[in-house]
Design a protein around this ligand. Structure first.
Ligand SMILES: Cc1cc2nc3c(=O)[nH]c(=O)nc-3n(C[C@H](O)[C@H](O)[C@H](O)COP(=O)(O)OP(=O)(O)OC[C@H]3O[C@@H](n4cnc5c(N)ncnc54)[C@H](O)[C@@H]3O)c2cc1C
Length: 432
């Protein structure tokens, strides 16, 4: 087959195009209402626990840099890039080595995807939290949403890594899960022009080069891995909390990536051996850090400078201004994280300054905590993509099978293919 034919095949093998009339249940709101909820949160600190940076139309990636780089090698990646382009992203996403969309454009893309699903006979219900999955003889028979039991013999569960209430419900109904490694740390902010100078040298002011990005990792003597992740050139750190009384941060950029600061997650690997307890103990480990961050000053976002944290200098804002909203508070990061995390972060910053001049700038801002870089559990599934409950297909990042927009999208397509294969085309009415 030619590549174009392969792409076309991948395009057809999604639920709505295969004529399966999927019902999409989304706990959060449609993207315009969600955008207002997020704007209100950034202004007032008042959180809507079901409509925020993590939850709502488009998922966690909607308020992101929209980086589409991935470590996975799968021919479906090409089909995903094409989908983004045909639904509103710039054509450059189909050929750039490091494609990115930007929060501003992503909002249009997710609306266009929604409209296509509806035009193919699918249905999308917003503000519809999946509260429980009901079974008979170990088989899914219905789901409960807003007090209504909706009959269902096939449920794809792709709730992302922040749906802690859903993980708890899954444990209660006996879905098989296992602990998995994840990472925690901070966002680090520098001036983008300093990063450009460090990486582009004398070409730093060239109008032909976009804002520079970086990716760094080191294995420390204490046995821990420290790495940068999801670097957002010209971006902002955002308050990505989804629960009252807890803080989590992340990063985003608009399509032009023209903000004053560069930010990146700076993370330390955490292993299941670092926390004891049941299968959800990694989730509790994250929660404990997020709650400690919240309690520093009633929801103000904790920050520190590299000058204070690493070099014991004064805790004061210098030339780099924190971008996170609405309010920040200086704090001792030891009050939030276990010691192995802060020790590793300090050593990591010193090591990375050997690779990028100025990485340990004393004015660099550290914003805490970044706890949601990946899921703390994996929901087990067999070679057909099915969990120990017949008819339940765990997929995406929250289920532990993806790490980012691209790999989550590819896992979604693979899961749809398995569903189509198992339900059989007899039940479908191939469209498009
Ligand atoms: C601010 C931010 C920036 C990011 N930047 C990037 C980036 O630039 N590049 C990149 O590759 N990755 C980025 N990521 C990570 C990326 O967004 C995720 O890897 C990806 O979205 C995972 O996709 P998913 O479909 O598995 O889960 P999600 O996108 O999390 O989607 C899960 C959906 O399920 C809904 N849901 C949860 N529970 C329920 C329930 N019980 N009932 C009904 N609905 C429910 C949620 O509301 C959500 O919409 C970023 C994440 C954040 C938060």
């Amino acid at each position: 087959m030619y590549i174009a034919e392969v792409d076309e095949e991948a395009r057809k093998r999604t639920l709505a195009r295969a004529g399966l009339n999927p019902l999409v249940l989304e706990r959060g709101s449609e993207v315009d209402k969600r955008t207002s909820d997020v704007a209100a949160f950034f202004k007032t600190g008042e959180l809507n626990p079901d409509s925020n940076v993590q939850f709502g139309e488009g998922g966690a990636g909607t308020f992101s840099d929209g980086k589409l780089t991935t470590g996975i090698k799968d021919i479906r990646c090409r089909a995903v890039l094409k989908e983004f382009y045909t639904h509103g992203a710039d054509i450059s996403v189909t050929y750039d080595a490091k494609p990115h969309i930007g929060t501003d454009v992503l909002k249009t893309v997710v609306k266009n995807i929604r409209n296509e699903i509806i035009s193919l006979g699918g249905e999308i219900r917003f503000d519809s939290l999946l509260k429980s999955i009901n079974t008979k003889n170990n088989k899914v028979v219905s789901v409960t949403v807003n007090g209504e039991d909706i009959p269902a013999d096939c449920v794809i569960l792709s709730t992302g890594h922040s749906a802690r209430d859903t993980f708890k419900m899954l444990k209660d109904i006996g879905v098989s899960m296992e602990k998995k490694p994840f990472s925690v740390g901070v966002r680090i902010e520098h001036l983008q022009k300093d990063i450009n100078r460090a990486l582009y040298g004398s070409f730093a002011d060239s109008p032909y080069l976009g804002s520079a990005d970086y990716k760094l990792s080191v294995h420390l003597e204490n046995g821990r891995g420290v790495y940068t992740f999801c670097m957002c050139p010209g971006g902002e750190v955002i308050n990505s909390s989804s629960e009252n009384g807890a803080i989590a941060v992340n990063g985003m950029s608009n399509s032009k990536r023209d903000g004053e600061n560069a930010n990146s997650a700076l993370l330390v690997g955490v292993l299941p051996e670092d926390f004891s307890g049941d299968v959800l103990s990694g989730l509790h480990f994250q929660e404990k850090i997020e709650k400690a961050a919240y309690s520093v000053k009633n929801g103000a976002v904790p920050i520190d400078t590299v000058g204070h944290f690493v070099y014991n200098g004064a805790a004061k804002i210098g030339k780099i201004k924190p971008t996170v909203k609405p309010e920040t508070v200086f704090c001792d990061l030891e009050d939030i994280f276990p010691h192995f995390v802060t020790e590793s972060l300090k050593n990591g910053i010193v090591e990375f300054a050997k690779k990028i001049e100025g990485f340990d700038d004393k004015d660099a801002i550290l914003t805490a905590p970044e706890t949601r870089s990946s899921s703390p559990v994996r929901i087990l599934r067999d070679e057909n993509g099915v969990s120990n409950l017949n008819g339940l297909y765990p997929a995406g990042e929250g289920a532990g099978y993806a790490g980012g927009i691209m790999s989550a999208a590819v896992d979604g397509i693979k899961t749809a293919e398995k569903v189509i294969d198992q339900l059989g085309f007899s039940r479908t009415n191939q469209k498009n």
